[in-house]
Ligand binder design. Structure first.
Ligand code: MSP
Length: 654
C-alpha cells in the first residue's frame, strides 16, 4: 500500500479578501502535495475557511449583513483564486458546514464528560484593545508598558480546557519528537513559551467558550455560550480529514499562529485520544504520539521592505498583481525566494529579475538552444552518448546526482534549496556549451560522436528538470516535457522510477517558448502608474483667526487624553457615533458627529483629545459628556486629533 500523506493549510478568516500571505501558504502546500504524489504517496490536501468569531461578526455588522452572508460572499474569492493558482486541494472545508459543527459539539461534550473541559467563573483582566483575556504575565507586561488602563476586571461564566494538565506530555513531545515543529528554532520558541527557562508551572488553563458573542458554534446544552473560535477552527483538521489519512503529516502555519498549533492543538488531541489509566504525569504513551500531527511547519512572512504588509499602511501586494506575471511565475517565485521559516522582503523588481534570470534565461534559454540544435544537427532525434571526455563525464556525473540531491532537499520541504541547486546545474551547462562549442563540432566529420554526447547530456538535463520542477511550475514543466518528445503528463512520472540515463522515446519537437522575458522597465512604469498619485490639494477655505484671548481664557478649557473603548452608530442619525471614552480617572459617554469619516470599528482603541469640562448636552436623546477635538476646514470631513502613542488617558493637554 502506498504511504499516505495528509497536508493542511490554516483555514482563512473570511473578513477580508485573500492576500499574498494566504496565497503563499496554500501554494507551498500544493507544491508539497504534488511533490508527494510524484513520490508515489497517496495525498490528501485540505484547505478552507474559518468563518466564526468576533472578527467576522464585526466585519459583517459594519457592512450591515449577516456573518453567514459575508462568508458566502467571500468564500468564492478564495475558491476561484485557488483554481487560478492551479491548486490541487482535495477538499475545501468551511467551519459553518453542519458536519464540522457536529464534530466540534461532539468533541466538546466528550472532553466535558472526561473532565478535560469544566465550567467555572472567569475572573480576570480583559484587554479592551485586544478583545481578549490576558494572563497574569501578559498583564504585568502591559502594566510595565504603561498600558494598565486598557485592562478591565471582568467576571463571566466560561468553560475551560485543562491545558495545564498537559504540560508534562507536551514537553515530552517537544523533547523526544522534535520534528513536531519545524524549523528547529521555532520549536525552541514553543518550548520557551510552555516552560520559560525550563521552569514548569506556567501553562494556564484555557477559556474555551464565550458569552459575549453569538456568532459561533453553541455549546450543546448551554447555548448562551459559543465555542471559542480557535477550538472550533483547529478541529477542522479532524472534522474534514478523509478516512484513513489521520494523523496529519504536514500542517503549514504562519509563525504568528504557531502557538495555537503547537500547544493548544496537540493538547486538545491528547485529551481526545487519552484513555483511562493513561498517566498525565508519566510518559506520553506511544499510542498517543502516533495519533498526533507529524510536523507543524511554520513559515515566515512576506514583508514590504522591513515592514509587515497591512491595509492601513497601503503596502499590500494583491494576489492578482502576482498572477499578472503568470501562474507558474508566481509559484516559482514563492518557492525559489522564500526559505521556509524565514521572513522575506517582497519587491516587484526582485520578482522580475528572478523570473527573467531563471525562467526566461536559465531554463528557457537552455531548452530553446538544445531543442534547436537537436533539430538542426540531428533532425530531432536524440542520440546516445558514445565518447565522453573529462568534461562530458563531469557533466554526466553531476546530472546523475541532480535528482537525488534535489529530492533530498524537497523531501525536507526545502524547495528554495532544491531549486537553487538545480539552477546552479543549469548555469554549469551554459558554461559546458560555451566550452564544448557544438556549432563547431557540427562542422567536423570526425567530431560527430562528441556532438552526440553533448546533445544527449543537454537533453537529459532538461528532461530531469521537467520532472523535478513539475510540482512547482506544472504548466511550464508539461510544455517542456512535450517538446522533449515525451508522451503523457509529466505529473504522472514517479520520482523513484526516474532514470537520468533512459533513452529518449522518439524525436523532439521544435522549441516551444517556455517563458517570455519581462520588460522590466515597462512593467515597473505600469506598476508605478497604478499607484494613485496623491490627489491635488484643495485650496483652503478657512475663516479668519478669532479675536485674541488671554491665557486664562484658554486655560479654562480642560483638555485631556482619552481612549475610545466602545463605539456604535446612533440609530436614525447619519452623523453621530456614540462612544465610551476612557479618561483614566473615569469613563464617559461622548457623542461625535464623525460617522461620515470614521466607522465604529476604526474608533475603538484610538486615542483622542477630549474637551473634558464642556457642559453635557443631549443629542438624539443621548447625553454627551464632552467633545472630541478634530481638525477640518469647516466644510469637509473631520480629522480626529491624535495624541502620541505613549500619552495615557487622563494626561492633561496644555
Ligand atoms: N483563521 C486563522 C487560522 C486558523 S487555523 C485553524 C487565521 N486566519 S488568517 O486569515 O488570518 O490567515 C492567517 C495565515 O496567513 C497565517 O498562517 C499567517 O501567517 C498568514 N499570513 C498573513 N500575512 C502574511 C504575510 N504577509 N506573509 C506570509 N503569511 C502571512 O489566522
Amino acid at each position: 500500500m502506498p504511504s499516505r500523506c495528509y497536508i493542511t493549510t490554516p483555514i482563512y478568516y473570511v473578513n477580508d479578501k485573500p492576500h499574498i500571505g494566504h496565497t503563499y501558504t496554500t501554494v507551498l502546500a500544493d507544491v508539497m502535495a504534488r511533490h508527494r504524489r510524484m513520490m508515489g504517496e497517496e495525498v490528501y490536501f485540505l484547505t478552507g475557511t474559518d468563518e466564526h468569531g468576533q472578527k467576522i461578526e464585526k466585519a459583517a455588522a459594519a457592512r450591515g449583513i449577516t456573518p453567514k452572508a459575508l462568508a458566502d460572499e467571500v468564500v468564492p474569492n478564495f475558491e476561484s483564486l485557488w483554481k487560478r493558482m492551479e491548486l490541487t486541494n482535495d477538499h475545501f472545508v468551511r467551519t459553518t458546514h453542519p458536519g464540522h459543527k457536529a464534530v466540534v459539539q461532539a468533541k466538546f461534550l466528550e472532553l466535558l464528560a472526561a473532565g478535560d473541559i469544566f465550567k467555572d467563573t472567569y475572573k480576570g483582566l480583559y484587554s479592551v484593545s485586544d478583545e481578549a483575556y490576558v494572563t497574569e504575565t501578559q498583564a504585568k507586561e502591559m502594566q510595565a508598558q504603561g498600558l494598565a488602563h486598557q485592562l478591565v476586571e471582568l467576571e463571566e461564566e466560561s468553560y475551560f480546557f485543562r491545558l495545564s494538565s498537559y504540560e508534562n506530555w507536551l514537553l515530552q513531545l517537544y523533547e523526544r519528537y522534535p520534528e513536531i515543529v519545524r524549523p528547529e528554532f521555532r520549536l525552541n520558541e514553543v518550548k520557551q513559551f510552555v516552560a520559560p527557562g525550563g521552569v514548569r508551572g506556567h501553562l494556564e488553563n484555557l477559556s474555551i467558550s464565550r458569552t459575549s458573542i453569538t456568532w459561533g458554534i453553541p455549546v450543546p446544552g448551554d447555548e448562551k455560550h459559543v465555542v471559542y473560535v480557535w477550538f472550533d477552527a483547529l478541529l477542522n483538521y479532524l472534522s474534514a480529514c478523509r478516512e484513513g489519512f489521520w494523523p496529519p503529516t504536514f500542517q503549514l502555519v504562519g509563525k504568528d499562529i504557531l502557538r495555537f498549533h503547537a500547544i493548544y492543538w496537540p493538547a486538545f488531541l491528547m485529551a481526545m485520544f487519552r484513555q483511562e489509566g493513561d498517566d498525565l504525569q508519566g510518559e506520553l504513551p506511544a499510542r498517543i504520539r502516533d495519533l498526533l500531527p507529524h510536523t507543524i511547519l511554520a513559515h515566515g512572512w512576506w514583508l514590504m521592505g522591513e515592514d509587515k504588509m497591512s491595509k492601513s499602511k497601503g503596502n499590500v501586494v494583491r494576489p492578482e498583481q502576482l498572477l499578472a506575471f503568470g501562474v507558474d511565475a508566481a509559484r516559482y517565485f514563492f518557492m525559489r525566494e522564500m526559505t521556509v521559516g524565514m521572513d522575506r522582503s517582497f519587491s516587484f523588481e526582485g520578482l522580475i529579475d528572478r523570473l527573467n534570470a531563471d525562467l526566461a534565461n536559465g531554463l528557457g534559454n537552455l531548452a530553446s538552444r538544445t531543442l534547436s540544435m537537436l533539430q538542426r544537427y540531428r533532425e530531432g532525434r536524440v542520440p546516445e552518448p558514445v565518447v565522453l571526455d573529462d568534461l562530458d563525464r563531469e557533466v554526466l556525473e553531476a546530472g546523475r546526482r541532480l535528482a537525488p540531491t534535489y529530492l533530498e532537499k524537497a523531501a525536507a520541504n526545502d524547495f528554495h534549496g532544491a531549486l537553487e541547486g538545480l539552477w546552479a546545474y543549469l548555469r554549469f551547462l551554459d558554461g559546458y556549451i560555451v566550452k564544448a562549442e557544438p556549432w563547431k563540432l557540427a562542422k567536423v566529420d570526425s567530431a560527430q560522436d562528441r556532438l552526440d554526447t553533448v546533445l544527449c547530456l543537454l537533453y537529459r538535463a532538461l528532461r530531469a528538470s521537467a520532472v523535478l520542477v513539475s510540482p512547482v511550475v506544472p504548466t511550464l514543466a508539461q510544455t517542456l516535457w512535450a517538446s522533449l518528445g515525451q508522451a503523457g503528463a509529466v505529473a504522472d512520472q514517479r520520482f523513484d522510477a526516474f532514470d537520468f540515463d533512459a533513452p529518449a522515446p522518439g524525436p523532439v519537437a521544435g522549441p516551444e517558448p517556455l517563458f517570455q522575458r519581462i520588460d522590466k522597465e515597462a512593467v515597473m512604469n505600469e506598476l508605478n502608474a497604478e499607484t494613485p498619485a496623491p490627489a491635488p490639494e484643495m485650496p483652503l477655505d478657512v475663516p479668519p483667526v478669532k479675536a485674541i484671548i488671554d491665557y486664562d481664557a484658554f486655560a479654562a478649557t480642560d483638555l485631556r487624553v482619552g481612549q475610545v473603548l466602545t463605539a456604535e452608530a446612533v440609530p436614525k442619525s447619519k452623523k453621530l457615533i456614540k462612544m465610551t471614552v476612557d479618561l483614566g480617572f473615569e469613563q464617559r459617554t461622548i457623542l461625535g458627529g464623525i460617522a461620515g469619516a470614521y466607522t465604529p470599528e476604526e474608533l475603538v482603541g484610538r486615542k483622542v483629545v477630549v474637551v473634558a469640562n464642556l457642559a453635557p448636552r443631549a443629542l438624539m436623546g443621548v447625553e454627551s459628556h464632552g467633545m472630541l477635538l478634530a481638525a477640518s476646514d469647516n466644510n469637509s470631513k473631520p480629522y480626529l486629533i491624535a495624541p502620541p502613542d505613549d500619552a495615557r488617558p487622563g494626561f492633561i493637554i496644555k
